[in-house]
Write a new protein. Structure first.
Length: 230
Protein backbone atom coordinates (compact mmCIF):
# COMPACT_ATOMS: atom_id res chain seq x y z
CA UNK A 1 0.00 0.00 0.00
CA UNK A 2 1.35 3.44 -0.92
CA UNK A 3 0.42 6.33 1.38
CA UNK A 4 1.32 10.06 1.38
CA UNK A 5 3.10 11.65 4.32
CA UNK A 6 2.87 15.36 5.15
CA UNK A 7 5.73 17.19 3.47
CA UNK A 8 7.44 13.97 2.38
CA UNK A 9 7.38 11.72 -0.71
CA UNK A 10 4.97 8.83 -0.86
CA UNK A 11 6.19 5.74 0.97
CA UNK A 12 5.19 2.13 0.61
CA UNK A 13 4.03 0.49 3.84
CA UNK A 14 5.95 -2.73 4.29
CA UNK A 15 4.78 -6.04 5.72
CA UNK A 16 6.42 -7.98 8.52
CA UNK A 17 7.73 -10.58 6.06
CA UNK A 18 9.59 -8.04 3.91
CA UNK A 19 13.38 -7.67 4.21
CA UNK A 20 14.35 -5.16 6.89
CA UNK A 21 15.12 -1.67 5.65
CA UNK A 22 18.86 -0.90 6.03
CA UNK A 23 18.35 2.63 7.42
CA UNK A 24 15.07 2.42 9.33
CA UNK A 25 14.29 -1.26 10.04
CA UNK A 26 10.78 -1.81 11.35
CA UNK A 27 9.44 1.27 9.55
CA UNK A 28 7.06 1.71 7.88
CA UNK A 29 5.75 -1.77 8.68
CA UNK A 30 2.50 -3.22 9.93
CA UNK A 31 2.70 -6.04 12.45
CA UNK A 32 0.88 -9.32 12.38
CA UNK A 33 -2.50 -9.15 14.08
CA UNK A 34 -3.39 -10.81 17.38
CA UNK A 35 -6.77 -11.75 18.82
CA UNK A 36 -7.75 -10.49 22.26
CA UNK A 37 -9.45 -12.76 24.77
CA UNK A 38 -12.83 -11.23 23.81
CA UNK A 39 -12.29 -12.09 20.12
CA UNK A 40 -11.36 -8.60 18.85
CA UNK A 41 -8.43 -8.25 16.47
CA UNK A 42 -5.53 -5.88 17.18
CA UNK A 43 -2.39 -4.87 15.32
CA UNK A 44 0.13 -2.06 15.04
CA UNK A 45 0.50 -0.12 11.82
CA UNK A 46 2.50 2.97 10.83
CA UNK A 47 1.18 6.36 11.93
CA UNK A 48 0.03 8.29 8.85
CA UNK A 49 -0.69 11.93 8.17
CA UNK A 50 -4.30 10.91 7.53
CA UNK A 51 -4.55 9.82 11.19
CA UNK A 52 -4.49 13.45 12.31
CA UNK A 53 -8.24 13.85 12.85
CA UNK A 54 -8.54 10.61 14.85
CA UNK A 55 -5.40 11.45 16.87
CA UNK A 56 -6.72 14.88 17.79
CA UNK A 57 -10.22 13.63 18.59
CA UNK A 58 -9.09 10.83 20.90
CA UNK A 59 -6.47 12.85 22.71
CA UNK A 60 -8.91 15.71 23.34
CA UNK A 61 -11.52 13.21 24.57
CA UNK A 62 -8.96 11.58 26.89
CA UNK A 63 -7.43 14.73 28.36
CA UNK A 64 -8.30 13.76 31.96
CA UNK A 65 -6.37 10.50 31.58
CA UNK A 66 -3.47 11.65 29.40
CA UNK A 67 -2.53 15.09 30.69
CA UNK A 68 -1.53 13.91 34.21
CA UNK A 69 0.97 11.39 32.81
CA UNK A 70 2.39 13.19 29.77
CA UNK A 71 4.99 15.93 29.25
CA UNK A 72 3.84 19.42 30.20
CA UNK A 73 2.30 21.32 27.30
CA UNK A 74 3.41 24.91 26.76
CA UNK A 75 -0.09 26.41 26.71
CA UNK A 76 -3.44 24.61 26.86
CA UNK A 77 -4.31 21.01 26.03
CA UNK A 78 -6.59 22.30 23.26
CA UNK A 79 -3.79 24.36 21.70
CA UNK A 80 -1.51 21.32 21.84
CA UNK A 81 -4.01 19.39 19.70
CA UNK A 82 -4.93 21.74 16.88
CA UNK A 83 -4.47 20.79 13.24
CA UNK A 84 -1.27 22.84 13.19
CA UNK A 85 0.01 21.06 16.29
CA UNK A 86 -0.67 17.70 14.61
CA UNK A 87 1.26 18.80 11.53
CA UNK A 88 4.26 19.71 13.68
CA UNK A 89 4.01 16.48 15.68
CA UNK A 90 3.69 14.30 12.64
CA UNK A 91 6.48 16.07 10.76
CA UNK A 92 8.82 15.48 13.73
CA UNK A 93 7.86 11.82 14.03
CA UNK A 94 8.07 11.22 10.30
CA UNK A 95 11.53 12.77 10.08
CA UNK A 96 12.76 10.66 12.99
CA UNK A 97 11.26 7.56 11.39
CA UNK A 98 13.16 8.24 8.18
CA UNK A 99 16.38 8.60 10.15
CA UNK A 100 15.76 5.38 12.05
CA UNK A 101 15.53 7.00 15.50
CA UNK A 102 11.75 6.76 15.99
CA UNK A 103 9.10 4.18 15.03
CA UNK A 104 5.62 5.72 15.54
CA UNK A 105 2.74 3.24 15.33
CA UNK A 106 -1.05 3.27 15.57
CA UNK A 107 -2.77 0.79 17.87
CA UNK A 108 -5.57 -0.48 15.68
CA UNK A 109 -8.49 -2.42 17.20
CA UNK A 110 -10.94 -3.97 14.75
CA UNK A 111 -9.58 -1.58 12.14
CA UNK A 112 -10.09 1.54 14.28
CA UNK A 113 -7.51 3.95 15.72
CA UNK A 114 -7.57 3.45 19.51
CA UNK A 115 -4.14 4.70 20.56
CA UNK A 116 -0.50 5.14 19.74
CA UNK A 117 2.68 3.21 20.49
CA UNK A 118 6.09 4.72 19.85
CA UNK A 119 9.58 3.29 19.94
CA UNK A 120 11.91 6.24 20.41
CA UNK A 121 15.47 7.40 21.02
CA UNK A 122 16.71 4.41 19.03
CA UNK A 123 20.49 4.25 19.29
CA UNK A 124 22.84 1.88 17.54
CA UNK A 125 26.43 1.02 18.30
CA UNK A 126 27.48 -0.17 21.73
CA UNK A 127 24.04 0.38 23.34
CA UNK A 128 21.66 -0.64 20.51
CA UNK A 129 18.59 0.29 22.52
CA UNK A 130 15.44 2.39 22.55
CA UNK A 131 12.42 3.16 24.71
CA UNK A 132 8.78 2.17 24.33
CA UNK A 133 5.78 4.35 25.20
CA UNK A 134 2.07 4.15 24.53
CA UNK A 135 -1.38 5.58 25.21
CA UNK A 136 -4.78 3.92 24.75
CA UNK A 137 -8.31 5.30 24.40
CA UNK A 138 -10.07 5.04 27.77
CA UNK A 139 -13.13 3.39 26.22
CA UNK A 140 -11.17 0.23 25.34
CA UNK A 141 -9.17 -0.21 28.55
CA UNK A 142 -9.64 -3.38 30.58
CA UNK A 143 -9.62 -5.64 27.51
CA UNK A 144 -5.91 -6.34 27.27
CA UNK A 145 -5.38 -3.75 24.51
CA UNK A 146 -2.35 -2.12 26.15
CA UNK A 147 -0.73 -5.45 27.03
CA UNK A 148 -1.18 -6.78 23.50
CA UNK A 149 0.05 -3.55 21.92
CA UNK A 150 3.19 -3.48 24.10
CA UNK A 151 3.82 -7.14 23.24
CA UNK A 152 3.63 -6.38 19.52
CA UNK A 153 5.80 -3.29 19.96
CA UNK A 154 8.44 -5.12 21.99
CA UNK A 155 8.59 -7.97 19.48
CA UNK A 156 8.89 -5.39 16.70
CA UNK A 157 11.80 -3.79 18.55
CA UNK A 158 13.70 -7.04 18.99
CA UNK A 159 12.76 -8.99 15.88
CA UNK A 160 12.45 -6.33 13.18
CA UNK A 161 14.28 -3.23 14.41
CA UNK A 162 17.02 -5.41 15.84
CA UNK A 163 17.45 -3.77 19.24
CA UNK A 164 19.35 -5.39 22.10
CA UNK A 165 17.51 -3.59 24.91
CA UNK A 166 14.16 -1.82 25.29
CA UNK A 167 13.46 0.51 28.22
CA UNK A 168 10.28 2.06 29.61
CA UNK A 169 9.23 4.36 32.42
CA UNK A 170 6.03 5.03 34.32
CA UNK A 171 4.90 7.36 37.08
CA UNK A 172 4.53 5.91 40.59
CA UNK A 173 1.01 7.39 40.52
CA UNK A 174 0.19 5.26 37.46
CA UNK A 175 0.86 1.67 38.61
CA UNK A 176 -1.44 0.24 35.92
CA UNK A 177 1.24 1.05 33.36
CA UNK A 178 3.76 -0.87 35.42
CA UNK A 179 1.43 -3.88 35.38
CA UNK A 180 1.26 -3.73 31.58
CA UNK A 181 5.04 -3.62 31.30
CA UNK A 182 5.61 -6.38 33.85
CA UNK A 183 3.12 -8.62 32.03
CA UNK A 184 5.37 -8.29 28.99
CA UNK A 185 8.55 -9.21 30.83
CA UNK A 186 9.93 -5.77 31.68
CA UNK A 187 11.90 -5.72 34.93
CA UNK A 188 12.22 -2.77 37.31
CA UNK A 189 15.77 -1.43 37.45
CA UNK A 190 15.37 1.63 39.64
CA UNK A 191 13.91 5.11 40.02
CA UNK A 192 14.80 8.11 37.86
CA UNK A 193 14.50 11.06 40.24
CA UNK A 194 12.69 14.15 38.93
CA UNK A 195 13.16 12.66 35.51
CA UNK A 196 10.67 14.50 33.28
CA UNK A 197 8.50 17.60 33.50
CA UNK A 198 5.03 16.04 33.63
CA UNK A 199 1.77 17.95 34.02
CA UNK A 200 3.49 21.07 35.32
CA UNK A 201 6.19 19.63 37.59
CA UNK A 202 9.34 17.50 37.64
CA UNK A 203 8.36 13.97 38.53
CA UNK A 204 10.10 10.71 39.41
CA UNK A 205 9.71 7.69 37.13
CA UNK A 206 10.04 3.97 37.71
CA UNK A 207 12.59 2.66 35.20
CA UNK A 208 12.07 -0.76 33.60
CA UNK A 209 13.86 -2.66 30.86
CA UNK A 210 13.96 -5.87 28.88
CA UNK A 211 16.90 -7.39 27.01
CA UNK A 212 16.51 -9.42 23.84
CA UNK A 213 17.78 -12.68 25.38
CA UNK A 214 15.77 -12.46 28.62
CA UNK A 215 13.25 -14.94 27.23
CA UNK A 216 13.31 -17.75 24.70
CA UNK A 217 9.79 -17.01 23.48
CA UNK A 218 8.36 -13.76 22.11
CA UNK A 219 6.16 -11.37 24.09
CA UNK A 220 3.15 -12.33 21.97
CA UNK A 221 3.73 -16.03 22.59
CA UNK A 222 4.05 -15.45 26.34
CA UNK A 223 0.83 -13.42 26.47
CA UNK A 224 -0.89 -16.19 24.56
CA UNK A 225 0.40 -18.74 27.06
CA UNK A 226 -1.06 -16.60 29.87
CA UNK A 227 -4.47 -16.23 28.20
CA UNK A 228 -4.23 -12.47 27.63
CA UNK A 229 -4.61 -13.05 23.90
CA UNK A 230 -6.12 -16.02 22.10
Amino acid sequence: MVVPFFGFPRIKVREAEDPRHPVHPGWPESTHGVTLADGASLRLRPLLNSDGAAWRQLRLANQQFLQPVEPTVSSTWENAHTRQAWNRTFSYLRMGAGEGSIVPMVIELEGKFVGQLTLGNIQRGVSNEGWIGYWVHSEVTGRGVAKAAVALGTDLAFQRIGLHRVTATYLPSNPASGVVLAANGFVEEGVLRRNLHIDGQWQDHIFMAQVEDDFERSCVDRLRDNGVIA
